[in-house]
Design a protein around this ligand. Structure first.
Ligand SMILES: Cc1ncc(COP(=O)(O)O)c(C=O)c1O
Length: 457
């Protein structure tokens, strides 16, 4: 699939006058269209809901756009729960809490928000009970079938190596425990393979889960009311790859639904927790070439680094790069194309956005558009070498630009240092000043999560 930047060099030059590189930019139009396409593909299922995986892009403005398109959220931690509730006013059934190794505070907050809690392990049910948190009307369990997950004989994932979920026997016992605690509506969840750029993953997973819930109904008389297919649908990171067809995926799940569930007189709602498929293609990291180095290879040094986008460095992941304003056609043998390693400035040799990549000749000052960074991009950022997180910008539908997260400053980086000169009144004043936005929000929007929102039993 041809990779085209969703923004031009001229626009980037304009933006860079106000927001220095590196920065993330997201395409609102693309995000909305993708959300609509997903909803349409599963519209045959009246209860269908996409719960956007917040970990992919924990940026309130983006989550609000998805909320407007009818999506809920999948949260995994206390902070993610708080973020969606405080900044996006999301609560109740619009949140699935799919956590693992879950601290007490996280379960308490999930309960207060009325989220659908998805237990990762059978032992968590006793733990949850021991915390004195009431069980809710609607709860979920995560399944791990073990072995290898195969599609048409090909291994797509190794659930037996994954830390998540419960075995077949455990999940049945878990539902019985939940029923004994008064739970009335049950869900099943599984995530068996990641970044699946094919139309078969969801239908194959659905088949596995639909068969299991028929078995559960027959064996223990518990009817599952929703099946959460979680995340895992991929995107074509490389121009040589083709995108999935979400309608074919939706129809593939429907086929399994009709064959397995309808035949057994069962009806369920289908849920998804897509992250990558919803956002990856609609976010880019924009960075500027600041140095060129020639030793045994040619290196282009850019002002972003793995601390801004770590996927290439930790997974060896491919992210396509377009040099804005230059001919990025795949004409690899034109004289002024060169082979580069595109590198960031971390003291880590893995800090490379591309290795031996053919690109149009790069001049210092050129802007590079690093594609497909909209999911698991900014969110995985870190501060190694004191590198600071960049700003996030939104390219709105009218093509104007809005800052949706400012860039970190050194003061942010120093803000958690304690006991240095904090007793100094000036330092204290600075700390309060830095936190003023959070403090103001707290007073302007009294915590809507401070009281239990739903009566759960
Ligand atoms: C529980 C859960 N749901 C959903 C997702 C989103 O996955 P993806 O971005 O691959 O769709 C993840 C990713 O780590 C996850 O752990």
């Amino acid at each position: 699939m041809k990779k085209e930047p969703f923004i031009t060099l001229e626009q980037v030059k304009e933006i860079a006058k106000n927001y220095p590189t590196p920065f993330y930019i997201y395409d609102e139009k693309g995000i909305r269209e993708r959300a609509r396409a997903v909803n349409k593909a599963f519209s045959w299922n009246p209860g269908f809901k996409e719960y956007f995986a917040v970990k992919a892009t924990p940026t309130p403005k983006i989550i609000k756009i998805l909320k407007e398109e009818g999506c809920g959220v999948d949260c995994a931690t206390y902070t993610e729960l708080l973020l969606v509730n405080k900044f996006c006013k999301i609560e109740g059934d619009d949140i699935i809490f799919s956590s693992n190794v879950t601290p007490k505070e996280d379960f308490e907050l999930a309960y207060k928000l009325g989220a659908i809690i998805n237990f990762d392990d059978i032992s968590y049910i006793d733990y949850y009970k021991s915390l004195g948190i009431p069980f809710m009307k609607k709860m979920c369990c995560r399944y791990n079938p073990g072995g290898s997950f195969k599609i048409s004989g090909e291994i797509m994932g190794k659930p037996s190596e994954a830390k998540y979920g419960m075995t077949r026997e455990q999940i049945k016992q878990a539902y019985v425990k939940l029923r004994d605690e008064g739970v009335k509506e049950f869900g099943i969840h599984a995530f068996l393979a990641s970044a699946q750029n094919n139309n078969d993953y969801y239908p194959a997973l659905a088949r596995e889960l639909f068969n299991l819930i028929v078995e559960i109904k027959n064996e223990i008389g518990i009817e599952i009311s929703f099946v959460d297919l979680s995340g895992g649908i991929g995107i074509p990171y490389k121009p040589t790859e083709e995108p999935v067809d979400i309608n074919t995926i939706g129809q593939g799940v429907k086929r399994e639904y009709d064959e397995i569930l309808k035949k057994n007189g069962m009806e369920v709602s289908i849920y998804a927790e897509l992250g990558r498929y919803m956002l990856a293609e609609y976010g880019a990291l924009i960075t500027q070439a600041i140095q060129e180095k020639k030793i045994y290879k040619d290196y282009i040094g850019v002002d972003a680094c793995a601390a801004n986008l770590m996927r290439p460095s930790i997974y060896g992941a491919y992210h396509h790069i377009s040099v804005l304003g230059k001919n990025n056609e795949e004409n690899r043998d034109v004289v002024n194309w060169k082979t580069y390693d595109v590198i960031g400035g971390l003291c880590e040799n893995s800090d490379k956005f591309a290795i031996d990549r053919r690109l149009p000749k790069i001049d210092i000052g050129d802007y590079l558009f690093i594609h497909d960074a909209g999911a698991h991009g900014f969110s995985m950022g870190y501060n190694y070498n004191g590198k600071l997180r960049s700003a996030e910008l939104l390219l709105k539908e009218d093509r104007s630009v809005e800052m949706i997260r400012r860039a970190e400053t050194v003061d942010d980086y120093f803000a958690t240092l304690w006991g240095q000169s904090f007793l100094n009144a000036w330092e204290f004043f600075k700390y309060i000043w830095l936190k003023r936005e959070l403090i103001l929000i707290h007073f302007k929007e009294p915590t809507i999560w401070s009281e239990p929102l739903l009566v759960h039993k």
